[in-house]
Design a protein around this ligand. Structure first.
Ligand code: PGA
Length: 272
């Protein structure tokens, strides 16, 4: 596992965008797992800016981690809406290759199996982006989730509903259930990129990166992944004991560094 510590949220977003750009440059038809929440917003803004410079998303396939049960896609807090508002409407991803779980499905088990099949048919996830809950969850795999779990329905914990109450205007309005990729599904991605920022994530990051592997901190499973990168700011890193790199280049995770000129050249190449 590589841990990269940046000064602040903006620097985390930029560093994460560099990694995504690098992987996209190496594989234009990247199968990219995406996340929602406040943390990836800066990364998505930077990817949109890079798209405006020429970064091409036309060949990517995407899979989102999770979706609330009972929210129609038009609901302003649905993750479907989140993804279109904050990313897909602003880049040239092909909507045919965008996958987001449907929280209104009438057959949850069949729908979750279909999702797993689609991931398999796409050749598996090349890169999965992850946030982390203050309680150590990844996607909506709450503490106690089986570390081998597949896409399924999960009951949200009071902590998670409390954390997300700010988006809904009160905990009572936060759905009680969500569909989520399983920990096992996430672990099959060829590469993981976990990002976090702020003091409120420091304990979860400590437990995930340096604590024992446990289902009570589902994010600690990343210690078992063969290619996982954690990019966090100093506040989120404040409880870590180890010594870690400051840049992807230092950790030899991208080379050469991705310059703006290279992004534009990639767009030209893809469009020619
Ligand atoms: P956040 O959520 O980015 O809104 O903090 C992360 C998560 O719960 O996975």
């Amino acid at each position: 596992m590589f841990v990269i510590i940046k000064d602040d949220y903006e620097a985390v977003s930029l560093e994460a965008a560099k990694l995504v750009t690098d992987r996209l440059r190496r594989k234009p038809n990247l199968v990219l797992g995406l996340a929602t929440g406040s943390t990836p917003l800066g990364l998505y803004r930077e990817l949109i800016r890079r798209h405006q410079l020429g970064l091409d998303f036309s060949k990517i396939t995407t899979f989102n981690l999770d979706e609330y049960v009972g929210l129609p896609r038009t609901h302003e807090q649905s993750y479907y809406r989140f993804m279109w508002d904050n990313l897909f409407s602003h880049i040239n991803a092909n909507p045919r290759y965008v996958h987001i779980l449907d929280g209104m499905t009438t057959d949850i088990n069949a729908h979750c199996e279909w999702y797993e099949d689609e991931i398999r048919k796409a050749g598996g996830l090349d890169l999965q982006l992850l946030g982390i809950g203050a309680n150590g969850h990844i996607a909506f795999n709450e503490p106690g989730s089986s570390l081998g779990s597949r896409t399924r329905v999960k009951t949200l914990t009071p902590t998670t509903r409390e954390d997300n109450a700010r988006f809904f205007g009160g905990i009572d309005k936060v759905p009680r259930y969500a569909l989520t990729m399983g920990v096992g599904t996430v672990m099959e991605a060829k590469e993981l990129l976990l990002i976090a920022s702020g003091e409120g994530k420091a304990e979860a990051i400590r437990a995930a990166v340096e604590g024992p592997l446990t289902a009570m901190v589902p994010a600690s499973i990343i210690q078992m992944h063969r290619k996982a990168t954690v990019i966090i700011d100093k506040a989120a890193a404040s409880k870590l004991q180890g010594e870690y790199a400051e840049t992807l280049e230092d950790a030899m995770l991208i080379h050469p560094p991705t310059s703006e000129a290279e992004i534009a050249a990639q767009g030209d190449q893809a469009n020619s």
